[in-house]
Design a protein around this ligand. Structure first.
Ligand code: ADE
Length: 230
């Protein structure tokens, strides 16, 4: 069974695709899935697209149509907690949707009818991913813990501070992980996620974002995926 490698944007996945010599392209749900091999492992690489709904659709297609045995997400995130700086790497141990609020019917952040506000990543795959990061990027500072997802690019210092105050344990913020974690929970599929910090989710968050993703995050992803599958 193949393993899925997923990023939100092409700039994040480009270097991973360069590592797949024999990939063939298959279309489903308006997405292009690259099916091939990496270090002899069967792999399906795909762009989740941006945001929770798009990522959930992609994850469901990976499980139902491509029969993947696990999903690994690699990409960028904004740093939230004080010590999480640009260039650091965050491996997620759990995810929460910071923009989910069905109160007063359900507690803030709780996913209705799940009785939980957080979904854990798979502990064994997460350990393997963290050790791949340590081998691939020995100089990078590595953090592990809570990542917050929501349908917003957080790009003001005010919003970043509000998120830090509401969710002091959140290391980083991005736009897809919690959705993929919930889909993987529903299907019983192991999930792990790694994010290179591209910005501090503040008033400067958009400055050089595209260049950082292309020049730093994409090679990071390729090195990490290579170390994971080696
Ligand atoms: N991904 C990378 N940086 C981000 C930010 N500041 N907000 C949301 N998602 C991000």
């Amino acid at each position: 069974m193949p393993i899925a490698i997923v990023s939100a944007m092409h700039e994040e996945l480009a270097a991973v695709l360069d590592l797949m010599p024999d990939e063939s392209r298959q279309s489903a749900a308006g997405r292009e899935f690259w099916v091939g091999h990496l270090h002899g492992r069967e792999v399906v690489a795909v762009l989740s697209r941006i945001g929770k709904v798009a990522a959930a659709t992609t994850a469901a297609v990976l499980v139902e149509r491509f029969g993947v045995e696990a999903i690994v997400f690699t990409g960028v995130a904004g740093g939230l907690a004080p010590g999480v700086q640009v260039g650091d790497v965050v491996v997620a141990e759990r995810f929460l949707q910071h923009d989910l609020d069905a109160s007063p019917i359900f507690p803030r952040y709780e996913v209705p009818l799940y009785g939980a506000s957080e979904f854990r990543t798979d502990p064994a795959l997460t350990d393997r991913l963290a050790s791949a990061v340590a081998r691939a990027l020995p100089a990078a500072r590595l953090h592990r813990g809570l990542v917050a997802s929501g349908d917003r690019f957080v790009s003001t210092t005010a919003e970043s501070r509000a998120l830090q105050a509401a969710l002091p344990q959140a290391l980083a913020v991005e736009m897809e992980g919690a959705a993929v974690a919930q889909v993987c929970h529903d299907f019983g599929i192991p999930f792990a996620a790694v994010r290179t910090i591209s910005d501090r989710a503040d008033d400067q968050a958009h400055t050089d974002f595209a260049r950082f993703v292309r020049e730093v995050a994409s090679p990071h992803s390729a090195a990490i995926v290579q170390a994971l599958l080696a």
